[in-house]
Design a protein around this ligand. Structure first.
Ligand code: SF4
Ligand code: SF4
Length: 178
């Protein structure tokens, strides 16, 4: 059973988690380790032993900032951020509830912004996040201050290939069933 799961992770992500020999370099390097309930090296171990449900319910998959420090320092170049992405998508697909709804609201708003504009449109993303999380009034002074400093443009930036990005998301949706 665990072997089948390892094969599935390998097939779906292209990451060979069997190469991990638990040196813990990833966890010692991770800047988000202090807020994770399962450390990165433990995530890989749990994948090897087929403990999928525990991982899908963990805070770790939502707290990983995809900074890539772990994969850069891993002696076997195991792409942990890619695995974390896969686990987040699987949790959404299987509708596994995460305690703090703001976290999943932010994730959805972030992904939708890239899907729609081909890159991040911060103001649009923040508005969607506020609506999804129903947290309308916190951070208003910070938002105004950022706008005054031109850190939050009113309009999205136009990029080439916007439609191709959208097509890519649509084809992934069909595959994953989200
Ligand atoms: S750094 Fe690489 S080999 Fe070491 S525990 Fe982390 S994933 Fe495994
Ligand atoms: S990519 Fe995620 S797991 Fe890896 S170091 Fe960054 S925050 Fe930690």
């Amino acid at each position: 059973m665990a072997n089948e799961f390892v094969k599935k992770i390998n097939d779906d992500t292209g990451v060979n988690i069997n190469l991990c020999y638990q040196c813990k370099t990833c966890s010692l390097s991770c800047p988000f380790a202090s807020v994770m309930d399962i450390l990165p090296h433990q995530v890989i171990r749990k994948l090897q032993t087929g403990e999928e449900n525990e991982l899908l319910e963990s805070t770790t998959i939502w707290h990983c900032g995809t900074c890539e420090t772990c994969v850069t320092r891993c002696p076997n170049k195991i792409d942990i951020p890619r695995v974390m992405d896969y686990l987040r998508q699987t949790a959404l697909q299987k509708k596994v509830a995460y305690g703090d709804k703001k976290v999943t609201a932010f994730h959805k708003a972030f992904i939708n912004s890239i899907r729609q504009w081909g890159r991040q449109y911060e103001l649009g993303m923040l508005l969607e996040f506020k609506i999804r999380s129903r947290d309308y009034f916190s951070d208003i002074p910070l938002g105004i201050s950022m706008m005054l400093k031109r850190k939050l443009p009113f309009l999205p930036e136009r990029i080439k290939g916007k439609n191709e990005v959208k097509d890519m998301f649509n084809s992934l949706d069909k595959k994953s069933g989200i």
